[in-house]
Ligand binder design. Structure first.
Ligand code: AMP
Ligand code: GLY
Length: 423
């Protein structure tokens, strides 16, 4: 099978690495890719926003499957365009991608299908949203409706903070994404991410993970795209997994199909495990980054077979097998991230690592044959172990060998799970 992978982050490096292990793969292309992906794929200089150019490439190369990594192209409708052109695509339609693209859309679906989530209201004017917050009091959560690169959510501990967040949204801090606002009840508990494949009718549970969104140790400081992750999430016991499938995932897949937007591709539920059980915080219509990296380390068997089954409506004919090992990844980011940072800083030769270790590239590039950091999140140093503590120790041992002056990482990825292991 000839596959085109779209994307250029650590998530796509992990997908490329795993796809390259498939006995069914004959050739892997990636657009635009990165130097890590280039070890497994031929990079093509395609503009992925130019859907017609991507379709022409797929036809010229007789691509059997397009795998779309990030949400941007999905929300922009690349999967619809390619499918209409007769290409098999792993990734949801733009209509189904609203599950991530519009928080209001997802909250309304939850209401219609009785999916547990925080009580909420949608607003298109500041005055009404402010009045609602005054009435409800804090803690309370204010969210820009649309895609805001993970920055559109304010978990407000005081009413003033919530009111300021509402004003920011309607003053255009998030552009069009903030033209509508969702205000929802604060959920208290431990978070976990629950990954599933769907072909529109069948949902196949993959695995669970936990990520660390805050930039600082102890989960402090501003939000980022994710500073590290581990899988599985210990809070997701067998009972919680079963309840999540029954109470959240299955009604969602049914609801999307009934509403005329069958969901095909991968998605993950951001869950809060509260005293009542699993409640939905949000959906994402893609693999998480860096959660994908730890999932791929634990997946036994053929990723391509799973993605192809999801893309062709045959998910009921496959199953996924997971290693019992824990995988943990530490993100090395450019100093200053998630604020301003210097670009094109030099990275020396990366260490090899041992069996069960892998360094994935995210924001890197080659300049005159030398590796440089071009993004905020740059490398994902990933390791496995029998316990979270062991995977953590191995990942940090490897991270310390990365010769990159301008890089930093958190020093406590996995801390909550390590504490749990200690009892
Ligand atoms: P989201 O972009 O919706 O995932 O929100 C980002 C983060 O905000 C989540 O990972 C949670 O930590 C937090 N969050 C979002 N909604 C809630 C809520 N209703 N209650 C508590 N925390 C929340
Ligand atoms: N790491 C969080 C995300 O990919 O949304």
């Amino acid at each position: 099978m000839k596959v085109l992978l779209i994307g250029s982050g650590g998530r796509e490096h992990a997908l490329a690495w795993k796809l390259a292990q498939s006995p069914r793969l004959t050739k892997l292309f990636a657009a635009p890719g990165n130097p890590g992906i280039a070890e497994h794929a031929q990079l093509c200089p395609l503009d992925v926003d130019d859907h017609a150019a991507v379709l022409a490439f797929c036809r010229a190369e007789a691509i059997d499957l397009v795998v779309v990594g990030p949400e941007g192209p999905l929300v922009a409708g690349i999967a619809d365009f390619l499918r209409t052109g007769g290409i098999t695509v792993f990734g949801p339609s733009a209509a189904a991608a609203q599950l991530e693209g519009s928080k209001g859309f997802t909250k309304d679906l939850c209401a219609r299908y009785d999916i547990p989530t925080g009580a909420y209201r949608r607003f298109s004017s500041a005055a009404e949203a402010r009045a609602y917050v005054e009435e409800q009091g804090a803690p309370i959560v204010v969210k820009a409706d649309g895609l805001a690169a993970g920055k559109g959510v304010t978990v407000a501990m005081t009413t003033d903070e919530a009111l300021a967040a509402i004003d920011d949204c309607f003053d255009g801090a998030f552009g069009d994404a903030g033209a509508e606002v969702v205000v929802e009840a604060f959920l208290d508990g431990e978070e976990a991410s629950f990954f599933c494949l769907s072909d529109g009718r069948t949902a196949l549970a993959l695995a669970t993970a936990q990520d660390h969104k805050r930039v600082g140790d102890g989960d402090t400081g501003p939000n980022t795209g994710g500073m590290g992750a581990y899988s599985p999430a210990p809070v997701m016991t067998a009972t919680m997994v079963e309840r999540t499938m029954k109470e959240i995932i299955e009604p969602t897949i049914r609801g999307m199909a009934d509403s005329g937007y069958p969901f095909s591709g991968v998605f993950f539920a951001g869950l809060m495990i509260t005293a009542k059980g699993p409640e939905l915080i949000e959906y994402n219509v893609r693999f998480g980054d860096p959660e994908c990296q730890v999932l791929m380390m634990r997946l036994n068997g053929d990723l391509l077979a799973l993605l192809h089954a999801a893309a062709t409506g045959t998910l009921d004919q496959v199953s996924a097998d997971w290693s019992d090992d824990v995988a943990l990844t530490v993100v090395l980011a450019s100093k200053g991230y998630p604020g301003a940072y210097e670009k094109n800083t030099a990275i020396g030769t990366l260490p090899q690592g041992g069996q069960g270790d892998k360094i994935f590239h995210a924001g890197t590039a080659l300049r005159d044959g030398r590796l440089v950091a071009t993004g905020g999140r740059v490398l994902n140093v990933t390791a496995t172990g029998a316990t979270v503590a062991e995977a953590q120790a191995r990942a940090y041992a490897l991270a310390r060998q990365v010769p990159w002056e301008n890089g930093f990482s958190r020093s406590d990825i996995g801390w909550r799970a390590v504490e749990r292991e200690r009892g």
